[in-house]
Structure formats: C-alpha cells, structure tokens
Design a protein around this ligand. Structure first.
Ligand SMILES: O=C(CO)COP(=O)(O)O
Length: 262
C-alpha cells in the first residue's frame, strides 16, 4: 500500500537552510507557484522553509495571491518571549501564519548542541503557538555502520515527544534524515528509508495508538532528487520528503512534487 492509499497526503517540504535572501525568496516562490499552477497538485502538500528574514515576504506573497504553498520556519525558540538575544519565538512565527517549523534538524543538533530535551521543549513551544512541528531525527555514519540506526532514531523520537499529548502528536510530521545522506549525494536506499520510517510508525503506535500512528506523516530526507523520489515514495511508511539542495532549484523541486510522473 502506498502512502496515498493510506490516506496520508504526501508532504514535500523544501528546507532552504541558509540560502536565498528575501528578494530571491519572492522570485523563487512566484516561480514555484507558476510552475505548479498548470497542473493540479491537490494530492500533495507543498511547503517551503525559508530563513527567518524571508518569512514576512513569503507570507505577503502567499496571502496576497492566495497560494496553496505552505511555509514555515527552520527553528523556533523554546521560550515565548523575553531576554533571549537572537532567538525567534513561537508567537512571532504564528503571527506570520507559519504552518510548520522544523525542530531538531541535524544541523541544529550538530552545530548548536540541540539535545532531545531542547527539541522536546521546542515541539511543545510549536504546539503552544498553533504551529505544526516537523521533528527531524536520524543517525550519523558511525551509528549506521554499527547497525544501530533504528534504536538511535527511536530514542530521538521518544525524547522529542516526551509528555506531548496524543491530540497534538496526531498532527506532527516526523522527518527521518540520516545524517550521512544529507548534502552528500549519498542517498539511503528505499529499503533503508522504509526500515527506519516503519520503525518510527511502530514506535508511535506503542507510545500512543495504531490509529494515531496511521495518521502521522513521516518524511524521508537526505539527497532527495527527482531521480530517486519515486522509489522512496513507493515505500509504505514514507509520506513525503524534506528536501535541501534540490529544493533551491524550482524546476527540480517541482519534479519532486510531481513524483508520480517520474
Ligand atoms: O537536510 C536536508 C533537508 O532538511 C537534506 O538536505 P539535502 O537534500 O541537501 O541532502
């Protein structure tokens, strides 16, 4: 059974990382909207995660032209306001009508020391402010080589969701991004992606219920391109992708969104 038959609308989200200023963001989203407009994409949710400085411009464009493209931030503070220099809060993001926020991306974990505890606080901050977290999990190369990818990733799921109630978690997006496949051109095989995405769904069933687990969208991320997306999406527990480099190229991103045509 594919994810579409399972009733989960696939979510293709472009994580721009630290790329594109607000003028480039406007041009990018306009081009993306135009490219998607000539064919119905109702059966796929499309989102972009631009840098903070682009969000107001993207919001104005999406609102003004009533675009179906959703958007969100790449990070969120665990606090809602106060003396936290350089941080961006949930209330600020929800004022910009962000649908999503990435939490615990491996680059945040690696370069900013984000632990599962911090990710858990950020998941709660997102829900407190009506924003859907995209909780990013996944193992590094050493863990993969030792064959511990499932246990490692499930521990991140447990940590990120600690004390988060079912009525919130049923809307969460979990992105499985093996660190060794991010930006390296080294894509996990569809079977590798399915192994861990399936285990994540199994864990959600254990922690909550099978019914909840069947609703949650689980994405794969790591060197996704138009040439490999169809095989990845054919896996029963993969419901979309979190796309880095390939999302910066509108034509390539559109091909990924239209994975059924590949
Ligand atoms: O980190 C990623 C998305 O969040 C994946 O990045 P790449 O698609 O560039 O490998």
């Amino acid at each position: 059974m594919t994810s579409v038959e399972n009733g989960r609308t696939p979510l293709m989200a472009g994580n721009w990382k630290m790329n594109l200023n607000h003028l480039e963001a406007i041009a990018h989203v306009q081009k993306l909207a135009f490219a998607l407009a000539d064919k119905d994409y109702d059966e796929v949710d499309v989102a972009v995660l631009p840098p903070f400085t682009d969000l107001r411009s993207v919001q104005t464009l999406v609102d003004g032209d009533k675009l179906k493209i959703k958007y969100g931030a790449q990070d969120i503070s665990a606090q809602d306001s106060g003396a936290y220099t350089g941080e961006i809060s949930g209330p600020m993001l929800s004022k910009l009508k962000c649908t999503f926020v990435a939490v615990g991306h491996s680059e945040r974990r690696q370069y900013h020391g984000e632990t599962d505890e911090i990710c858990n606080a950020k998941v709660k901050a997102a829900y407190r402010n009506g924003i859907t977290p995209i909780l990013c999990v996944g193992e590094g190369l050493d863990v993969r080589k030792a064959g511990n990818q499932v246990a490692h990733t499930l521990a991140q799921v447990d940590g990120g969701l600690k004390d988060v109630p079912a009525e919130q978690v049923e809307s969460i997006v979990i992105a499985y991004e093996p660190v060794w496949a991010i930006g390296t051109g080294e894509v996990a095989t569809p079977e590798d992606a399915q192994e861990v995405c399936g285990a994540i769904r199994g864990r959600l069933a254990e922690l909550y219920s099978q019914e909840l687990a069947d609703k949650v969208r689980i994405q794969y991320g790591g060197s996704v391109k138009s040439g490999n997306i169809a095989a990845i999406m054919a896996q029963p527990d993969v419901d979309g992708a979190l796309i880095g480099g390939a999302a910066l190229d509108v034509d390539e991103f559109v091909k990924i969104v239209r994975f059924r045509d590949q």
